[in-house]
Design a protein around this ligand. Sequence first.
Ligand code: ASP
Ligand code: MG
Length: 417
Amino acid sequence: MARIVQKFGGSSVADADRIRTVAARIARTYRDGNEVAVVVSAMGDTTDELIALARQVNPDPDPRELDMLMSTGETVSATLLSMALHGLGLPAISFTAGQAGIRTDDQHRRALMTSVKPERVRRALEQGRICIITGFQGVNEAGDITTIGRGGSDPTAVAVAVALKAARCEFYKDVDGILTADPRVVPNARKLDTISHEEILELANLGAQVLHPRAVELGQVYGMPLVVRPTFNDGPGTVIQAEEAGEEAGMEQYNRVRGIAHEKGVAKVTVVGVPDRPGIAHRIFQAMADAGINVDIIVQNVSHGGVTDMSFTIAADDLGQAQRLLEPVRTAIGARDISSARGFGKVSIVGTGIQSHPGYAARMFGTLSDAGINIQMITTSDIRITCLIDEAAVEHATRALHTAFNEATAAGQAAAY
Ligand code: ASP
Ligand code: MG
């Protein structure tokens, strides 16, 4: 017997039929003799619909009211799921985040959880009840409802699992597990049996459809085992665990590339003719940081005659704001011009150890070149190599890289470096 937290996302509880299917899934775990606490998201697109509704009555809704409104989405799914379990003859009970003791700070719409003290939940579990807890929300010091950011039910589930000292936290998704690439782009993407926290964070940050990064971080910090499993079949899913050798490990010769991530909607900004002196990069990037704009690839060219060019990438959605903020900085630092363009994307190979083995970079660039794709910028971290390319080439590049790095592996021809 174990204490298990199960999290079901919006598409797993999108309608009454699915809620009954999910209830049957929970019932099996419970009847196997486990204590089960469940965290749910709102049904389907409910949260988007509630936000749209709010904007219809007021284009700039008050954050406190919006949080209170959005929190109702999870209340609906939690109560319905509890009722469905009653229908199976099981003793379920639903709890709002407040009833489950989830405290947050005051930042409406992006609150951080400050403590989780689920006393009522613990007692109910000990009495043999299945506890259904609303994801995505908490209560601040003043007793007001907050939400913790879009997709926040994942981090709620891990926080609850940690507070309940659960054996593991299982995430039920409409995929078989963590895949080697986005299956909408790479139809023969393969499921991974295990993946490290670092690797999944890179895949998530780079746009792969997986777990919320805050959930992964909480799992890593508190040592909570996480499993991503399919909702609608009995597959074992993917276990997220501390780093170890790759799946196909054979001493030192195994393919370290675990997956291919891709992202569209990237813009490139170049500050042209920047005086080459201390403090300039700080001025430029402080302006971006103050506005909460995430800067990714940064390249500073070799300077000629005391001036240099500085290029970086941001999300295309942030470009308008960035241009407004950079114009006064440009004047202040005496740069000649700012040029910018949308229409870029990123492709990355991700895997622990790839950066310390130069063969991976060479093979990645060779693959893109064979596919006729021009690389605009390159960036690396310990566990990934990323190329900025034309947005229109992203899907082609992702498939080419998957063929080069992941399909060879699946066929047992892992490249040795
Ligand atoms: N319902 C919330 C959202 O759509 C939270 C979640 O789905 O995890 O963002
Ligand atoms: Mg949702």
